[in-house]
Design a protein around this ligand. Sequence first.
Ligand code: BDR
Ligand code: CA
Length: 323
Amino acid sequence: MPIPTSRPLLVDCDTGIDDAVALLYLCRTEGVDLRAVTTVAGNTSAERAARNTLQVLEVAGRTDIPVAAGAATTLRGDTLSEAAFVHGDGGLGGVSLPEPTAPLDRRHAVDLIIDTARQAGGELDILATAPLTNLALALRKEPGLPALIRHVTVMGGAVHHPGNITAVAEANIGHDPEAADAVLTADWDLTLVPLDVTMRENLTEEHRQRLLACGTPVGRLAGEALDFYFAFHEETALPFRGSACHDPLAAGIAVGEVTPKTAPRLHVTVDTADGAARGALVADTRGIHRGYSPQPGANANVVLETDGTFPDLLVDRLCQARK
Ligand code: BDR
Ligand code: CA
């Protein structure tokens, strides 16, 4: 089924197992106009994430999409940490893919973001599924960027849910809090997809077996890469063999295929102090007992509830034969 409206989309990611699944989903969803992908260090290095992206896009038959690598350090100059224990050596759960045939775009990710936004004439949507350093640098380099962007969807943060890199900080926000704060408070329309929903949309071993058995290249890649991701989740976060659906769910929301059940407009910032709460999302949820009544100064739609059915849709999509 085509998605409700088709708009140009740029994905900024750190591919990464769930980023890879999100990209595969976007490539296989009719009507998605994926214009460019940029990468940042996070799950793996920015260069490796870019190479992974080229490989993943090639499996999906999309060697035409420009891919550029970006930031390796945070806004304040710290090395962006990598997460081989979550995503495996190389970032794709140990799955080895052929050398990509498409070359890396020579531009820095920041320039590809700005160029793509200009070309799309105010219509570009951005989906960010990684530390927000590239987007923050793009805002610095082109202060007029918000006027060129229709909507930004960010996978990140934790509202009523614990963090996943500290007690309170989620990885995409917590690895570069200054960048996250700049992106969340910039003057653009923004939807935040936090752990509150991504930890509750779960892929299971049954889903993974369906992916492996369905016979499409994208299904097989997703099924193989998820093996490592499932082991990590089972050891550290979930009471069963399976995983969260972080970046794919954010992709489903970004393209309008998933309609959140609860997504109040809230005032959100990020704790950038050097204390125990560094990297925590500070979301003003004081309206919780009054249906989140309108909040002056609110700057983000914060997704707090989805219906839990996205993993089924995702698996069906990855298993659909290519037209
Ligand atoms: C986020 O962190 C990364 O490990 C995942 O790819 C996702 O974007 C979840 O906290
Ligand atoms: Ca990611």
